[in-house]
Every structure is written in structure tokens, then in C-alpha cells.
Write a protein that binds this ligand. Structure first.
Ligand SMILES: NC(=O)c1ccc[n+]([C@@H]2O[C@H](COP(=O)([O-])OP(=O)(O)OC[C@H]3O[C@@H](n4cnc5c(N)ncnc54)[C@H](OP(=O)(O)O)[C@@H]3O)[C@@H](O)[C@H]2O)c1
Length: 267
């Protein structure tokens, strides 16, 4: 299904995005790799060339609308079309609301929310021509607001609202819209997180959490595209939490209130 499909994955120089690119490259997709760091983009393209020659890297910040237009132009120049956009770029953030600075909220809204909106606006006309698809990478934190992760939860939930509106507006166009809710997934050692002041710092190893492999999360995203499913939860915990929230909302809040001390100490 992915043979000769042009797939743009934002934030794809490490982690889930890079693993998704690797699997799609092996399946014949033409890949566009992106992140802010030129070095990381070059390294990722070099790595992916083991699997496919049809890969380019375009460094830049997807929270800037002008860059997203450049990303579209360069992709079309190279491959002539765009089939699938995976809005994967994102950053985690942590901190109790009472300790957080406004700057941290501004930064995370700009990366996690606008960083999915701008590529969508820029790519939509091309994707409509191909009857392709747009996938949004949310999180379990986008199902309900987690203690200690307010900014992250809010932006991952905002993506869901945007994707729902988009899906309804695109009724009858044959464009596929999907929201993927990964659970805790193994991190690369260089993964960063925004602290309460809005500064990026290396994420400490998360203790006491069973993480899904990057391959399993990436395969979940790819299967969702193949099946054109609107919502997909790539972990058992994601499926469980969304059922709990839907059918037992008060119980969910009670459990989270009990677990909050433990969750705060996970940061
Ligand atoms: N890992 C998990 O447990 C988990 C769970 C649920 C959801 N998710 C979501 O899945 C996605 C990928 O997660 P991950 O753990 O693989 O993340 P990651 O290891 O931190 O990688 C994030 C990627 O995004 C890039 N990036 C960050 N800001 C960007 C921007 N403004 N413009 C362009 N690229 C940007 C980073 O590179 P540069 O620094 O070079 O820009 C990097 O390549 C994220 O949206 C995340 O919220 C992850």
C-alpha cells in the first residue's frame, strides 16, 4: 500500500517518527524527514538510506507557518506530490501548574498544537489532490488531563478537537484523517522535555513504567493508516484509559487523585 506514496513525517529524526520512517521506507514509501536540528536531519537521512534511496531531509521548525509552506514546496519539487502527512513533531512537558511559567505554556502550544496545525493547512490542498491522509499523534495524555502534565495534556487534547473538526469538514473528499494515541513508548536517550520554566532538558529515565517499544507504536500508526481508522490506541493502557474515561469518568478522577503523588515523582 505504501509503494511510491510520498509520506512527510514531522519531527522524524529520532524516536517514534524515525522508527515509522524506517518501516515505511522498507515498504517502498518516498520519505520526507524533518526536525529543527540540521545535524539530526542529516544523520537520520544517512541512516534511512540503508533502506531506501527515496528519502530527503528538510530541517526547520513546524511551529512556523512560513517553514511549513517551504516544507510543502520542497516536497512537491522533489517528489511531485504529497500523499500522507504524519503530524508527529512534539515535545513533552512537566511541572505542577502552581510552579509553571507562562512561557512554558506558550512554547508547548506553539510546538505541539500549532506544529500540527501549520503543516495541515500548508499540505491540505496537495493531500486532497491525492485523496491521501493526515495523521495526528496525540497521547494518552490527550484523553484526559494528567496531573503534572497540564500543558502537554492540553495540547494533545487540542489536537484531537482540531482533527475531529477536520474529519467532519472533509466528509465526502476521500481524505483520511486519523488520531493516534500512543502509550508510554521507549525513549531515545537524547529525548528532551520542557521544564516548568519552558526550558528544554534531557528527559530522565522514567522508572516504574512499562514502555511500549518504538517499533510497536510505529506499527500501530502504520496499521491505522492502512485501515483508515479515525482513532487508534497503540497500547493496552490507552484502550483501557479511554474506556474508563468514557464509562466511569468519576472513578477515573478518583484513581488519578490517589495516584497523583506517584505521578508527580515520575517527573
Ligand atoms: N514517547 C512517548 O512515550 C510518547 C507517548 C505518547 C505520545 N508521544 C508523542 O509522539 C510523538 C513523538 O514522540 P517521541 O517520544 O518519539 O519524541 P522525541 O524522541 O522527543 O522526538 C521528537 C522529534 O520532534 C522533533 N521536533 C521537536 N520540536 C520540533 C519542531 N518545532 N519542529 C520540527 N521538529 C520538532 C525533534 O527534533 P529536533 O529537536 O531536532 O527538532 C525530534 O526529532 C510526539 O508528538 C509525542 O508527544 C510520545
Amino acid at each position: 500500500m505504501f509503494q511510491n506514496k510520498v509520506v512527510v513525517i514531522t519531527g522524524s529524526t529520532q524516536g517514534i517518527g524515525l522508527k515509522t520512517a524506517e518501516i515505511l521506507g522498507k515498504r517502498g514509501a518516498k520519505l520526507v524527514i524533518n526536525s529543527r536540528s540540521i545535524d539530526k536531519v542529516e544523520n537520520a537521512v544517512f541512516f534511512l538510506k540503508q533502506f531506501t534511496e527515496e528519502v530527503i531531509g528538510i530541517p526547520g521548525d513546524v511551529s512556523e507557518s512560513s517553514f511549513c509552506e517551504e516544507l510543502r514546496e520542497k516536497t512537491v519539487q522533489k517528489f511531485g506530490k504529497i500523499d500522507i502527512l504524519i503530524n508527529n513533531a512534539g515535545v513533552a512537558s512537566s511541572g505542577m501548574i502552581s510552579e509553571m511559567h507562562s512561557r512554558a505554556f506558550e512554547k508547548i502550544v506553539s510546538i505541539n498544537f500549532l506544529g500540527s496545525v501549520h503543516p495541515t493547512l500548508a499540505f491540505l490542498p496537495e493531500i486532497k489532490k491525492q485523496k491521501g491522509g493526515i495523521i495526528f499523534i496525540s497521547s494518552i495524555a490527550g484523553i484526559l488531563g494528567l496531573p503534572g502534565y497540564s500543558a502537554y495534556s492540553a495540547t494533545k487534547r487540542a489536537i484531537v478537537g482540531f482533527a475531529e473538526s477536520l474529519k467532519i469538514e472533509l466528509t465526502g473528499t476521500d481524505v483520511f484523517v486519523g488520531i493516534n494515541y500512543p502509550g508510554f513508548t521507549e525513549n531515545d536517550v537524547q529525548k528532551t522535555i520542557l521544564n516548568a520554566k519552558g526550558e528544554e532538558e534531557i528527559l530522565k529515565k522514567r522508572e516504574g513504567i512499562k514502555a511500549t517499544s518504538q517499533e510497536k507504536t510505529a506499527l500501530g500508526i502504520i496499521k491505522q493508516i492502512e485501515k483508515r481508522r479515525f482513532r487508534a490506541y497503540s497500547s493496552i493502557s490507552g484502550k483501557f484509559i479511554q474506556l474508563l474515561v468514557r464509562f466511569f469518568p468519576r472513578l477515573t478522577f478518583f484513581i488519578l487523585a490517589k495516584l497523583r503523588k506517584r505521578m508527580e515523582s515520575m517527573q
